[in-house]
Design a protein around this ligand. Structure first.
Ligand SMILES: Cc1cc2nc3c(=O)[nH]c(=O)nc-3n(C[C@H](O)[C@H](O)[C@H](O)COP(=O)(O)OP(=O)(O)OC[C@H]3O[C@@H](n4cnc5c(N)ncnc54)[C@H](O)[C@@H]3O)c2cc1C
Length: 369
């Protein structure tokens, strides 16, 4: 069995990997880093609420401690007919059953490749952004721009404010929120977010479209120019392009097309979860909540594929809770029609996030540097 990506949807398999090994299966996990960062706590790492080691899983250690092999690398292509994975390094790995949890990325090309423009995924970029902001504020008042008015744009903006404030420094922070801040949420969520940012002197621009980012300047469709020392892009995500490039059946957005068993609609030995899949029954919001809920199904179905047994179905519940970390010790709670904000909402978010981390982190991880 080969797992491609040790992301949020593979955590249960990683934790129970020994079950596969005890049954006599060889398990290999491929990932571009020994660690996987939990996105829900990413903005808190940017501001310094959390240390990096508090928000990451040591995937390599999880795998090796349980009898599997970890391959540091990135899969560039799949040949589903010969059941082979081709890595960017040039190596090939064969599989009998495989599962993809390779996530999504913020599309940037052909907009820019500048050093002072970072996408909010992978979460490791937020560590870079933190260091860059610390360097900027040590010698002046930088212009920091976040592009994208969804939940991650909001959280990143609020947490940049906290980072600057905690250093006793000043910066000009702007959020270029696209047509409307938090447009897919009820008006009350938007208002709470707006009020929170405005009260801290953060500029929020709605009704704007960034058409180019170049040379330290975000150029809006109406010709206005916005200068920045650092720009963080949070303008939406796309699933990994691995499946399109491999000629596997995909949904309209390029995600691996899977049935209710989280199984490729054409190749029964291929599974997938998280942001990289397109669920055939109906599109799923690309939120970590779904990836987390897919864990037990992927675990069961991979074991059933290798050992024989009935597959289980994933029944997505489209009602889920989101808690937005505003960076000022408060959060916005949103679940369907229930919306409120305050310190208690952040306490709740912090509790849930830490509980998730504790469930899967290997011992000794917090002592790492
Ligand atoms: C700042 C921010 C905050 C967020 N907060 C929340 C939140 O509070 N709640 C929520 O529900 N959602 C949140 N989200 C959304 C959430 O990030 C995604 O839905 C979630 O990350 C999806 O998990 P995943 O495991 O599918 O993908 P990812 O987290 O992207 O993980 C994919 C993994 O695959 C690896 N990988 C990638 N390509 C390859 C390859 N070619 N070969 C091998 N391995 C590969 C990566 O290294 C990574 O470890 C947030 C997103 C952002 C950007």
């Amino acid at each position: 069995m080969v797992l491609v990506g040790g992301g949020h949807a593979h955590m249960t398999i990683l934790k129970k990997l020994a079950t596969f090994v005890k049954c006599g299966h060889r398990v290999t996990v491929i990932g571009p880093s020994p660690h996987h960062y939990y996105s829900g706590m990413g903005p808190g790492v940017l501001s310094g609420i959390y240390r990096p080691q508090e928000v990451r899983f040591h995937v390599k250690k999880m795998v090796e401690d349980r009898g599997g092999s970890f391959v540091l690398g990135s899969v560039a292509r799949v040949d589903p007919e010969s059941r082979r994975l081709f890595l960017r390094s040039g190596d090939e790995i064969r599989y009998d059953a495989t599962s993809f949890n390779v996530g999504s990325h913020v599309p940037v090309e052909p907009l820019t490749e500048e050093e002072n423009v970072l996408t909010v995924k992978p979460i490791e970029n937020l560590l870079k952004a933190r260091q860059m902001i610390l360097d900027f504020i040590s010698s002046g008042q930088p212009k920091l721009v976040v592009v994208g008015g969804g939940p991650s744009g909001l959280e990143i903006t609020g947490n940049i404010w906290r980072l600057v404030r905690d250093q006793g420094a000043e910066a000009q922070i702007s959020l270029l929120a696209g047509p409307r801040l938090l447009s897919r949420f009820p008006e009350k969520v938007r208002r709470l977010a707006m009020d929170s940012l405005a009260a801290r002197g953060i500029e929020v621009l709605e009704g704007v479209h960034v058409s180019r980012i170049e040379g330290g300047c975000a150029i809006l469709a109406d010709g206005r120019e916005y200068q920045y020392d650092l720009a963080l892009l949070a303008w939406g995500i796309k699933p990994s392009e691995l499946f399109l490039q491999s000629g596997l059946p995909t949904g309209e957005d390029g995600g691996l097309l899977v049935n209710e068993h989280l199984q490729s609609v054409t190749y029964p030995e291929i599974f997938g979860g998280g942001d990289c899949i397109s669920f055939q029954r109906h599109p799923l919001d690309r939120v970590g909540v779904h990836a987390v809920r897919q864990n037990p199904i992927l675990y069961h179905n991979l074991l059933a594929t290798l050992e024989g047994g009935r597959l289980q179905s994933f029944n997505p519940n489209d009602t889920y809770l989101l808690l937005f970390n505003l960076g000022d010790g408060r959060a916005i709670y949103w679940r369907k029609d229930r919306v409120w904000a305050g310190g208690l909402a952040f306490v709740f978010k912090n509790y849930l996030d830490k509980k998730f981390m504790r469930k899967f982190q290997v011992s000794g991880e917090l002592r790492e540097h």
